[in-house]
Design a protein around this ligand. Structure first.
Ligand SMILES: [Zn+2]
Length: 429
């Protein structure tokens, strides 16, 4: 099903023409931003320099730090009186980033979400529980307005009070949910604990943090849903940048609104299809906060253009953020890899924490994971067996020796929003 078939299936010359026209518009829009005025002047880049889409490579990158330096309104390209909403990013690693929206931006954003929901078969008659933060986080209001646009019955339940969430799913006959994959796992856990059936659920939309295919299998089995991956970030409106279609083999980027490149994160060199690197996005329709070549920090690759659903341009599921990537004794490790390994071991649960320390100049990684009582005899010898198994499986995948600590079921933190599973205690890292 399509929300906007003409645009969603646009390909070839027609698509290129539209993208080029919008890229030129974006270049004119960023000229209202001091940061870009200076960058373009220093680079000697004028409007005439953009003749083809490849010319985007002449434009400067924008980094998250640039946006922070512009706090609060340095990147707003319209008079503040035309900004009808403000969100901020979480600011977990410094000052938050402010993002602004004009009325037209909000309409464009809702349209992208409407396409996502329609693409996975949601329509009038579906009851949609939006279990994410409705505050400054873009996931709440972003999905909310898109879902209303499609005509779903929207329950703005936000996060927290998991038992109440379960009651609402049952009482209102909820057919689709949206939350982080970590919270979905917690929801499944609590539902099982209290013996609650979630028989009306069919669709799960999960995003805001990277999650593995093993996690998908687990969530589908335990919640009885088909699970779809949702990708976005606040700097690019919020959710709705890319989304899985029913094929669930990569995420379609809404190519009329976002021009994408994949680069080598260390050299900035542009990579080809099938080469994994950092996703760089130039939004094509953002009015209040236009950006050039925004470095998302997310690691992915471009997939072949053909998809049975008829849409084009796909990216692979995000492996991790370049900021989340841990370098342990020179080896790159993403928390999603650890999750994938642990989900494959029935003797342990799905919750884990990672601690990184430097001991005698060597990186040491300790992973805490909960034991699964159903697969544990209670004997000390069995504990040793399970521990050895987890260490071996992690070593086979990560090519790293780790310390594994088995802990009581239910003793590790649960996360309602984005999970924070890694605690890096090394100095100067
Ligand atoms: Zn598709």
């Amino acid at each position: 099903m399509f929300w906007n078939e003409k645009i969603e299936t646009l390909k070839g010359k027609d698509l290129e023409q539209l993208q080029l026209k919008r890229l030129k518009w974006t270049l004119s829009q960023v000229r209202h931003v001091g940061f870009y005025q200076q960058q373009l002047r220093e680079g000697g880049i004028g409007a005439d320099d953009i003749r083809t889409l490849d010319d985007v490579r002449k434009l400067p990158f924008t980094r998250k730090q640039d946006l922070r330096d512009g706090y609060p309104f340095g990147f707003i390209a319209v008079p503040l009186s035309q900004v009808v909403r403000i969100h901020t990013t979480s600011g977990t690693t410094g000052k938050p980033t402010v993002v602004g929206y004009t009325r037209r931006d909000l309409e464009a954003w809702a349209e992208l979400i409407a396409r996502n929901l329609t693409m996975v078969g949601l329509k009038e008659g579906d009851v949609f529980q939006n279990m994410v933060n409705y505050g400054m986080f873009t996931g709440g209001l972003g999905f909310h307005y898109g879902a209303e646009k499609v005509g779903l019955t929207v329950i703005p339940s936000a996060t927290g009070n998991t038992r109440r969430q379960i009651e609402m799913i049952q009482d209102f006959g909820v057919t689709a949910i949206h939350c982080t994959p970590s919270y979905a796992m917690h929801l499944a856990e609590v539902a099982e604990e209290i013996g609650a059936e979630l028989s009306t659920l069919r669709t799960g939309l999960f995003g805001a943090e990277p999650w593995s295919d093993a996690m998908r299998g687990e969530l589908e089995r335990r919640l009885g849903v088909t699970a779809y991956d949702s990708y976005g970030l606040s700097e690019l409106f919020g959710p709705g940048v890319a989304f899985e279609c029913p094929e669930r083999d990569g995420l379609h980027i809404w190519h009329d609104s976002y021009l994408v490149e994949i680069i080598d994160p260390s050299t900035g060199e542009v990579l080809g299809p099938g080469e994994r690197g950092e996703l760089v996005v130039t939004p094509l329709v953002k009015e209040a906060m236009p950006l050039l070549r925004y470095r998302t920090g997310d690691i992915t690759m471009l997939l072949p253009d053909e998809c049975p659903c008829g849409r084009a341009q796909k990216i692979a599921r995000i492996t991790g953020r370049s900021d989340d990537m841990l370098v342990i004794r020179g080896i790159n490790v993403f928390p999603s890899q650890i999750e994938h390994v642990l989900l494959g071991i029935p003797e342990v649960g799905n919750q884990f924490m990672v601690y990184v320390d430097r001991v005698n100049h060597l990186d040491e990684m300790t992973i805490e994971v909960e034991i699964n009582r159903a697969h544990f005899s209670g004997e000390i010898a069995d504990l040793a067996r399970i521990q050895k198994k987890v260490v071996k499986e992690l070593r086979d995948t990560l090519e790293l020796r780790t310390t594994v600590k088995l802990v009581e079921p239910g003793s590790l933190p649960r996360f309602e929003g984005k999970a924070k599973r890694v605690i890096d205690r090394r100095e100067g890292v």
